[in-house]
Design a protein around this ligand. Sequence first.
Ligand code: LER
Ligand code: MN
Length: 267
Amino acid sequence: MKLSIVLSTQPAQFEAATFKGDLETNLVQIASLGYDGVELAIRDPKLIDLDVLDELMRAHGLSVPAIGTGQAWGEEGLSFTDPELEIRSAAIERIKSHVPVASHFGAVIIIGLIRGIVKSGVDHAQAMGWIVEALRECSDAARPQGVRLALEPINRYETTLINNTTEGLDLIERVGADNFGLLLDTFHMNIEEADIEASIRACGERIFHFHVADSNRWYPSAGHLDFKSILTELNATGYQGWVSGEFIPKPDAFTAAVENINHLSRL
Ligand code: LER
Ligand code: MN
């Protein structure tokens, strides 16, 4: 099982971006703990220097299994479902602009809250139609570069658009792209799935990436989820990807990262 942890390359409001702040200091800490990679939360690829980033990853022996894109929503309000065409188009272009970075690192592009929320004046079916169109366009742009996209079902308190794995699998059918799959996050699954293990089984080979946080969104072992059972089920699907820690940096990022790797390694 390859372990990574979420690190933001820019200041971010998102609470569960475990590591924020000075990039190199964080990479030194993450590598020293035995992590194999970092999941980079990148607001806008224009804000990073890919050569510098690549050099840093090499220097610390870290891979980049996934790129989080949600800050374009959280910090800038871009989404696939905004009533304004210009904003929807900007969201699609932003996702496409991650493709060269993802291709460089062999990373999955995460589609989280950039899908948006149902805004007033828009109905749910219209919003879903926009999401399908956007994902077809982005998957088509990513495929020639060998890049995959993973949509994350997100709990009802953050959006009403694709909250659970059943809706995620339906969306996969509608989009109809071989390089489009799901990112499962145990924090959201704990809220939305009737049976976490059964949902993992149902998603099977469409699981492209995996986030771990406990029921309270602290590091695994701080809440009441059974990670032994969850990861056994994930493994049984034949999943060859990464298990990425995305939890609140409490009591602090370093301690949370230590507790996570200790707990998961014991299982
Ligand atoms: C991002 O991976 C996530 O899990 C969401 O809660 C972001 O809002
Ligand atoms: Mn997540």
